[in-house]
Design a protein around this ligand. Structure first.
Ligand code: ZN
Length: 333
């Protein structure tokens, strides 16, 4: 099955892909209109006039308007997926559904992203990222916040519960890793999985190290969690996986195997680097990605720490606390 055929098959069972613009590097985000009762939209795009205009236009192509929507499901807490949620909910009166753990975060979006940024900043500083780089990234992140929104979650979802629509059942699967709130919707009858950013065909989803949703200060092992989540998804007999960006996936087992192998190789590469001499997370990121470690410091630090977690859990690397609270990593002989 080609990606085009997969999209056609999904549309044939009432799942229409609406690709909405975002101002971010990732490009367009996929949202899904499900022709059913209730009339359902999954994810929203970013909060911009252009996004809203295109959403209205694309809904119109299916004979629908924002006012017709009855249920809005948010797959996770990222800005490009939730930005129009408040506007859609107020214009349509639709129920807003999201995994229960994310409800508080979504309702306090501004304050909670500020806390996320503080968390990210102290994490980056502890990994040796220079202060001016951290400050610059925080400024960028603040300027992005206007593309978000703070919807009230009226329909909290529990992991494992089944949403019954007139023509289909969607099982809710909480599969954190890319973010703490990643939620998949599994249509077992049709073997269609709506996976959002949990699995993307053309790029490896980042396991971003994000402040825990329960407010605890402990640093999560995002990549370890993500790998566990991917292993569970691998077991699903899915024929079509619909992603948050790019094209549908028609062989998720092969894709997940490839991702797992790549993570294993990257961990080996990082092990080699710390075996040469102890290094900070920032030094590792620079050795791996050069200047991208500066412009995308948080992304690359998340990536490095994720793989260090794997190595530390295996007893192959350990942390050394250095000056000014900057951590170094060394290989265990
Ligand atoms: Zn995302």
């Amino acid at each position: 099955m080609t990606p085009e055929e997969a999209l056609e098959r999904a549309a044939g069972v009432g799942i229409h892909t609406l690709r909405l613009p975002t101002p971010f590097m990732i490009g367009r985000v996929n949202t899904y209109l499900i022709e059913d009762d209730p009339l359902t939209l999954i994810d929203t795009g970013a909060n911009s006039g252009k996004g809203l205009d295109e959403l209205e236009q694309q809904l119109g192509e299916h004979g629908r308007s924002i006012e017709d929507l009855e249920l809005l499901i948010l797959t996770h807490q990222h800005i490009d997926h939730i930005g129009l949620a408040e506007i859609i909910a107020s214009r349509s009166g639709a129920e807003v559904a999201a995994i229960d753990a994310a409800a508080g975060f979504l309702e306090n979006f501004g304050e909670d992203t500020e806390r996320d940024d503080q968390f990210a900043a102290s994490l980056m500083l502890s990994q040796g990222v220079p202060e001016d780089v951290v400050t610059a990234l925080q400024t960028v992140s603040r300027s992005f916040r206007a593309w978000g929104s703070r919807p009230k979650v009226t329909r909290p979802l529990r992991d494992g519960e089944v949403l019954e629509l007139r023509d289909r059942s969607l099982e809710v699967q909480h599969r954190p890793g890319h973010s703490p709130s990643d939620t998949l919707l599994w249509d077992a009858d049709r073997r269609i999985l709506i996976a959002a950013d949990h699995l993307i065909a053309h790029i490896s989803s980042n396991a971003l190290i994000t402040r825990p949703l329960d407010g605890s200060a402990e640093r999560p092992q995002a990549l370890v969690t993500y790998i566990e989540s991917m292993r569970r998804t691998r077991e699903l007999p899915a024929e079509i996986v619909l992603s948050g960006h790019g094209e549908p996936i028609t062989d998720h087992v092969a894709l997940i195997d490839e991702r797992l192998e790549r993570h294993r190789q990257r961990a080996e590469k990082i092990h080699e680097l710390v075996a040469e001499r102890p290094r900070t997370g920032y030094e590792l990121a620079q050795a791996l990605w050069g200047n991208v470690a500066v412009t995308q410091a948080f992304l690359t630090i998340s990536e490095v720490i994720g793989h260090l977690d794997l190595l530390i859990n295996d007893g192959r690397v350990r942390e050394l606390s250095g000056e000014n609270g900057v951590v170094r990593y060394e290989a265990v002989p």
